[in-house]
Design a protein around this ligand. Structure first.
Ligand SMILES: [Zn+2]
Length: 253
């Protein structure tokens, strides 16, 4: 397989919380309903998609990415254990969860009027990690790294990595920048801290594999309909329709 094919498209999905009652949803729309998530996972399963993690990519960097999808969850909320984990087991899917290692709730969100939501306990994180869910870094305190000094960045990025590794007994190889806060210095510190991959929000090259330290993700929100979900994971999501038809018309097996 050529490098060009490898970089063609791997949808990397971004989720935060899973909810099943109105009282906890908050105003930032960083959740999906449990039943909506199940519909999305069911769609992936029925259509032959396989979920992979960065561990899988590290082990097999030239793997065929056709019908692969990488599902990520930021922050490490308790609902990832109570609501997401049973669904992952049901569909035999994997995911990557990005942990904020030195908080027990969403302190940064509470400051902005979000409801207080607990993070997973260390025990819950360990159980999911042992099952095969990849645990990655998301800083120690959920700080915007683009506004930090280099020393502070190093503590938040490398410190978080060692916290995750101590907890799981496994290498933390991928990292998610909180708030998508990235600049060249932040990326450099993340590389120096020995991560192998880092994901952003909606910035970075549109093709997977071009910049392993600014991997663009596709956010799934409560507004994402099944139709737009299908478009998003189809791999053509980022291209205008005339280019889309070009790809569709020229696809070979
Ligand atoms: Zn976050």
């Amino acid at each position: 397989m050529t490098n060009k094919e490898r970089t063609y498209s791997l949808p990397v999905l971004l989720y935060h919380r899973i909810v099943n009652k109105h009282s906890v949803i908050g105003k930032h729309k960083i959740y999906v309903w449990e039943n909506e998530l199940e519909k999305q996972l069911e769609y992936l399963k029925k259509n032959g998609y396989e979920t992979i993690t960065f561990f899988d990519l590290q082990e097999n960097p030239t793997m065929n990415l056709k019908k692969k999808v990488l599902i990520t969850f930021d922050d490490g909320y308790e609902d990832n254990y109570t609501l997401l984990f049973p669904l992952l087991k049901k569909y035999n899917f994997k995911a990557v969860i990005y942990l904020v290692t030195q908080v027990n709730h969403n302190s940064w969100g509470v400051n902005e009027g979000e409801p207080r939501i607990n993070m997973m306990t260390d025990e819950q994180k360990k159980i999911m990690s042992d099952y095969g869910i990849e645990m990655g870094g998301h800083t120690r305190t959920h700080i915007d790294l683009s506004k930090c000094s280099e020393t502070q960045c190093l503590n938040e990025i490398a410190g978080c990595k060692s916290d995750v590794e101590k907890l799981t007994g496994k290498k933390a190889i991928s990292f998610a920048y909180p708030f998508g806060g990235i600049n060249e210095a932040v990326k450099r510190v993340t590389k120096q801290a020995d991560y192998i991959y880092a994901v952003s929000t909606n910035t970075g090259p549109k093709k997977f594999g071009v910049d392993d330290f600014q991997i663009r993700r596709i956010e799934i929100t409560p507004k994402t309909t099944m139709r737009s979900f299908k478009n998003k994971i189809s791999g053509y999501y980022f291209y205008p329709s005339f280019i889309k038809s070009f790809f569709t018309g020229n696809q070979t097996k």
